[in-house]
Design a protein around this ligand. Structure first.
Ligand code: SF4
Ligand code: SF4
Ligand code: FES
Length: 740
């Protein structure tokens, strides 16, 4: 702790007779931790700071007549502290007795049993028997707090960690305490369900079994679980996470407390709760060959031999789409094998994004040191949720300014300035913007260069791109992109539609849901003689394949992934895949053997992956950029394509336990626009691009942040896929003629 701090800024404090030198301003509880002296805490948490509510952290400080709380005491030079002695033990015993007065002591049926701080401290510091003779105050035992969380009011010790997380970290302020004394309870401020993209964190912060996750309640005891630490691969943030399984069933994911560098010790609810698909019965467990319109199970050897034969037949008239959901090594193999046989049509980009990184290695933590943060395009909260918490931290705790450029507000929970043209952006930046961080969603807009011109003048800005696919940055770096005349995804699909490709391989991707033009994807898949898809389920895309190969989820294989900052992070398998299921990497090795392609050894491949990720191709979008937008007729509204974390069809659609979290189809309109259209909040709408391309079943949402000439629609919803509009820039919005 003291290595980088000037000696003059250190103080010496004696803790249980041990001298410790710590920076001025250190809290006593942290000074004690630095020499492994544990002081019990409930309300204190290092990410939330002190609250002084529970008083379990009592210590004796020489010269002070009464016991002091260690969590809110700053060390002073020469201070002599005793974390344990009869006086301290008496104080803690009294506090614990107070906590246990009304506590139900239902440890045998409590999910927190075995990892509960009340249980542990009662054992360590409690008096063993209760002197309470009155009846305990009874409270509701299973309060449904929202889609993800259940509250046991009797178990709550009112430490307020949950409330403070919601105020300090997410800034959403949906939770609060109600009532007083022994009757205090936790509730939502609005009286409505507790809804946030980060709810699961409160179950980890809760030191007792008061807040539990619906997906984990009553499913296991901690001592029966087996834990693996890995990287979350549900978006490109790369949060480190613990994965608990029992009997090869995934039970829960937990944050990694030490992960200051990436997750800051938090997880979003997508990463935390979207795990049930791994054990879903609908997974494919055998290669499937389509014959006469029906699926037929075949063996792996036959499947790979068929794929290799089709590739040989097609020669270089083949293409590969995907890689952004594969591990680095798998994407590397996909590119290596296909390039070795002369196939140049490789692209990991499946969605709207054309650029996945700048040649920049700004770290996650660097963002917190920015003076001005500028977001371009879709909000980070929906593309990279935990990364967004750093924006909120930089703004709310460190005083950074937030500017959002374009149609999308960056954040609803901290103050921001919006800029819709270059002049507004210039004014918002001001004369002295300080250290600027730019966060871009990687979508090229016709007016993008003009809009962002003031930013291009800032040579030393930190630059982040938020890849749409979890490993988009890695796949791009290791070769899954078109070079030397290869076709990009759109060009591949057009060539396939025109009968120019013999084989199309789609690896861990779902362009039928994600590519901006669904009709083009369908035409391409129908026209290609041989389409092979690797996936866990029969997705919208897999349904059009000739051959579907069942592959592992990221919880079932080992390798590395690359996060949005260019860090190469370990992915470690936590469970065995179902029998018959292989990792994409193993499948590609088999394909290489069948094609006679010699592969590099494992060590050489790992070294190549690291080198390639650390030396990414220079930042240069390979497309000329989108064409200028046509003027929008008066009867139509401009389409703003939004992202939402709870969309997608490959995993989320196959996890019944998170069904309630899935984003519902919606159309957000400015209230004035809605009024002009005669639309009210919640009305069922449809968006019609013409030519029969209609998205139905949209629920109207009135949002004053949406421009009056536009409608905001969410991309990637299985029930209302936006890409049926075929990339149309404008639509006619009207009340549903026929309810969906
Ligand atoms: S629910 Fe848990 S975290 Fe929230 S106040 Fe009660 S004990 Fe603390
Ligand atoms: S922010 Fe992304 S990486 Fe982190 S937990 Fe959520 S989905 Fe996973
Ligand atoms: S931990 Fe110190 S008062 Fe709660």
């Amino acid at each position: 702790m003291s290595a980088t701090v000037p000696q003059t800024d250190l103080v010496t404090v004696s803790i249980d007779g041990i001298d410790v030198r710590v920076p001025k301003g250190t809290l006593l509880v942290e000074a004690a931790r630095s020499i492994q002296r544990e002081i019990p805490v409930y309300c204190y948490h290092e990410k939330l700071g002190p609250a002084g509510l529970c008083r379990i952290c009592l210590v004796e400080i020489e010269g002070m007549p009464k016991l002091q709380i260690a969590c809110n005491t700053v060390v002073a030079d020469g201070m002599k502290v005793h974390t344990t002695n009869p006086k301290v033990d008496d104080g803690r015993r009294a506090i614990l007795e107070f906590f246990l007065l009304n506590h139900p002591l239902d440890c045998p049926i409590c999910d927190k049993g075995g990892e509960c701080d009340l249980q542990d401290y009662a054992m360590a510091y409690g008096q063993g028997a209760s002197r309470m003779i009155d009846a305990k105050t009874a409270k509701p035992k299973a309060v449904d707090l929202g889609p993800t969380i259940v509250l046991d009011e009797e178990r709550c010790i009112v430490c307020q960690r949950c409330v403070r997380f919601d105020q300090i970290i997410t800034r959403e302020a949906s939770l609060r305490t109600e009532d007083r004394g022994a009757h205090t309870i936790i509730a939502t401020a609005s009286g409505k369900p507790f809804v946030s993209d980060f709810t699961g964190n409160v179950t980890e912060l809760c030191p007792v079994g008061a807040l539990t996750s619906k997906t984990y309640r009553f499913r296991s005891r901690p001592w029966d679980n087996h834990r693996t630490t890995t990287t979350c691969t549900q978006c490109a943030v790369g949060c480190q996470m613990h994965v608990d399984e029992r009997g090869n069933t995934l039970l829960r994911t937990m944050s990694v407390e030490e992960d200051d560098a990436i997750s800051d010790a938090w997880l979003c609810d997508r990463g935390r709760y979207n795990i049930g698909f791994v054990n879903d019965e609908r997974r494919i467990t055998q290669p499937l060959l389509k014959q006469d319109g029906a699926w037929m199970q075949i063996g792996w050897d036959d499947a790979i031999a068929l794929w290799a034969a089709e590739l040989k037949k097609a020669g270089t008239a083949a293409g590969v789409i995907g890689g952004g959901r594969l591990l680095n090594e798998e994407a590397y193999l996909a590119a290596f094998v296909h390039r070795a046989i002369g196939v140049k049509n490789l692209d990991h980009r499946v969605g709207a994004q054309t650029v996945v990184h700048h040649d920049s290695f700004a770290s996650h933590v660097d963002l917190e040191n920015a003076d001005t943060i500028v977001t371009l395009g879709r909000p980070p909260s929906q593309l990279a949720p935990v990364f967004d918490l750093r924006i909120r931290k930089a703004v709310a705790q460190r005083g950074a300014r937030l500017i959002s450029v374009g149609d999308h507000p960056a954040n609803s929970f901290v103050a921001e300035t919006r800029a819709t043209n270059a002049e507004e952006l210039r004014v918002a930046l001001g004369e002295k913007p300080g250290r600027v961080a730019m966060i871009w969603d990687g979508v090229m807009l016709p007016d993008g260069p003009a809009l962002t011109a003031p930013l291009m003048e800032l040579a030393d800005a930190l630059r982040y791109v938020l890849p749409e696919e979890p490993n988009g940055r890695g796949a791009d770096a290791v070769g899954m992109r078109p070079v030397n005349g290869g076709l990009n995804t759109r060009a591949m699909l057009e060539a396939a539609r025109d009968g120019k490709l013999g084989v199309l391989a789609i690896l861990g991707a779902n362009p039928m849901l994600r590519f901006p033009d669904r009709a083009l994807v369908e035409a391409a898949l129908r026209a290609t003689p041989f389409v092979v898809v690797t996936d866990l389920f029969l997705t919208e895309t897999a349904e059009f394949a000739n051959l579907v190969l069942p592959v592992c989820s990221a919880f079932e294989k080992t390798g590395t992934t690359t996060d949005l900052a260019g860090d190469v992070l370990p992915v470690t398998g936590a469970v065995r895949p179902p029998d018959g299921v292989l990792a994409d990497g193993d499948v590609l090795v088999m394909l290489a053997e069948a094609l006679g392609v010699a592969l590099p050894g494992v060590e050489a491949m790992e070294a190549a992956v690291r080198d390639l990720v650390r030396t990414p191709p220079a930042f240069a979008p390979d497309a000329a950029g989108p064409p200028a937008l046509a003027p929008v007729p008066a009867s139509r509204l401009r389409v703003i394509r939004q992202a939402a974390i709870f969309t997608g069809g490959g995993t989320l659609a196959f996890d019944a336990r998170v069904a309630e979290l899935r984003t519902a189809p919606r159309a957000a309109l400015h209230p004035a626009t809605a009024h002009a259209l005669g639309v009210g909040d919640g009305d069922e709408l449809q968006a019609d691009a013409g030519d029969g391309n209609v998205v139905r079943g949209l629920s109207a949402v009135l949002d004053p942040r949406v421009p009056e000439d536009a409608v905001a629609l969410v991309d990637g919803i299985v029930a209302a896929p936006l890409n049926v509009l075929g990339g149309a820039g404008s639509v006619k919005v009207q009340k549903a003629l026929v309810p969906a």
